[in-house]
Design a protein around this ligand. Structure first.
Ligand SMILES: [Ca+2]
Length: 464
């Protein structure tokens, strides 16, 4: 059989991408979802796993503060420097643009001088804790691809937790704890990301790396280290992404770890710079953040290479006959086999696991439907099933005289789409290349699930 002889669209795209990015070719770009190829049966689509490019995700978020009136400037306030209580030239007035410090200044373009920043009220209600939750919501599942970096304009907090949500803010789990003294603040042993191994990569740690010292002029950032975690699989310079992709493919926990819909920064205690809080000058204590970096991509289950921001909402531009904001289901009329996430493997093009034309039903589950299907089967001609590109024989089967597929051993059905049923406890789900064990830990579907297309050739003349 003649296989791909011409890559049209893909050839153009990949050469452009090669010019823009300098990744080793072995990484796999996953930037093309399909390309047209010529086969001996004519023009057909070749499908590949694909994902949107990573980008600055702060452009697409909504920010909410709790308590909502925690931003400084209403009423106007004057702040003193933490390291010098007599230097009080930091003024905040919400009614004056130049002196206001609203939340959006955490996400504006940095590089101007002076920096722009959000600032909280001061700790005037001491000893009641000064605590602020900053929630960033995307209303879409996204996958983090680089470190989360917060840059503080004030001293870095003495206690802080970074949390994530995977269900649009309904439930939260910690990502990392930050404290000047982890034992004291969270009864956790202090650790750093360097203490993690492949086995403990998903452990939630408390770190003292980003809280100590109030010489903030040089060290203002607080990080959540994504790349160091990637490096545990991909090597220190991320040269072995195949290993990481392999792990992401097979370990759902790992994939979910880097997937979020929301982030929450819980500021629990501001920098005090000393063991004792100076109660006579509480305007030295506050939070101020000049920048938050979140790099990532829309999660499209490897079924889309672009994600659009429309009417304030992100959504994948689904391919492979999938649909939904995350391409997490098959589109109408394409239920010929169960939906499945794409796969990064084999590198570099992965496996698309496209949704196929037809519908799945259980034999015997609905006698009326079955009768109807039998009638249709009789009405439908059993010939000419493999004579166009849409109805190619599957799994290595070959089309004979434009009529019937001759199937490879182990496969059957008009288009060789399904493996022979192996009986209870043995999956015959090879037709989708996926065992159904995930959904049925005890055994296979019983009775067997057949694709409708195996019984009825879905040609236009067939459906009356
Ligand atoms: Ca800023």
């Amino acid at each position: 059989m003649l296989w791909p002889v011409l890559f049209t669209l893909q050839a153009v795209c990949t050469s452009v991408v090669h010019a823009m990015q300098h990744y080793p070719a072995a990484w796999g770009h996953y930037d093309v979802c399909k390309s047209q190829i010529y086969t001996e049966e004519g023009l057909a689509w070749d499908y590949m796993a694909c994902q949107p490019e990573a980008t600055d995700m702060t452009k697409y978020l909504r920010v909410a503060l709790d308590p909502p009136n925690i931003t400084c400037g209403d009423p106007p306030e004057t702040y003193c420097a933490l390291e010098n209580p007599y230097m009080c030239n930091n003024e905040c007035d919400a009614a004056t643009e130049e002196l206001a410090h609203p939340p959006e200044l955490m996400f504006d373009f940095e590089g101007r001088n002076p920096t722009t920043f959000w600032q909280s009220t001061s700790w005037k209600k001491y000893p009641k804790p000064l605590q602020v939750n900053i929630t960033l919501s995307w209303n879409k599942t996204i996958e983090l691809t680089d470190d989360i970096v917060l840059t503080f304009e004030s001293g870095r907090p003495e206690q802080m937790v970074l949390e994530k949500s995977l269900d649009y803010g309904r439930t939260w789990t910690p990502y990392q704890f930050y404290a000047t003294d982890c034992l004291d603040a969270f009864t956790m042993e202090p650790k750093t990301v360097n203490d993690l191994t492949q086995r403990t990569l998903l452990d939630i740690i408390c770190t003292e790396d980003y809280s100590r010292g109030y010489v903030w002029k040089n060290d203002k950032t607080v990080r959540f280290e994504i790349k160091d975690r990637f490096a545990l699989f991909a090597g220190p310079r991320l040269h072995n992404m195949a290993s990481l992709y392999g792990q992401l493919d097979t370990t759902k926990n790992l994939r979910d770890f880097f997937t979020i819909t929301d982030l929450r920064i819980r500021l629990l205690k501001p920098a005090t710079g000393a063991t004792m809080v100076d109660e006579n000058n509480l305007s030295r204590y506050f939070y101020a953040i000049s920048d938050i970096k979140v790099q990532g991509r829309c999660k499209c289950n490897l079924h889309a290479n672009s994600c659009v921001f429309d009417k304030g909402k992100l959504g994948c531009e689904c391919e492979h006959n999938t649909t939904g904001p995350d391409c997490s289901r098959c589109k109408r009329h394409y239920h010929g086999r169960a939906w499945s996430v794409g796969s990064y493997l084999p590198i570099p093009k992965g496996t698309a696991n496209i949704c196929k034309y037809g519908s799945i039903f259980k034999i015997g589950s609905n006698p009326r439907f079955l009768k109807k299907m039998k009638e249709k089967t009789i009405i439908c001609p059993q010939t000419r099933v493999c004579d166009n590109a849409m109805l190619r024989c599957q799994n290595g089967g070959t089309c004979h005289h434009h009529q019937r597929c001759h199937c490879s051993p182990g496969f059957t059905g008009i288009l060789c789409e399904r493996a022979r049923c192996q009986g209870p406890g043995q999956c015959d789900d090879q037709l989708s290349g996926r065992a159904s064990l995930h959904h049925h830990p005890i055994g296979c579907h019983s009775p067997c699930i057949l694709p409708l297309s195996a019984l009825v050739a879905p040609t236009q003349s067939c459906v009356t």
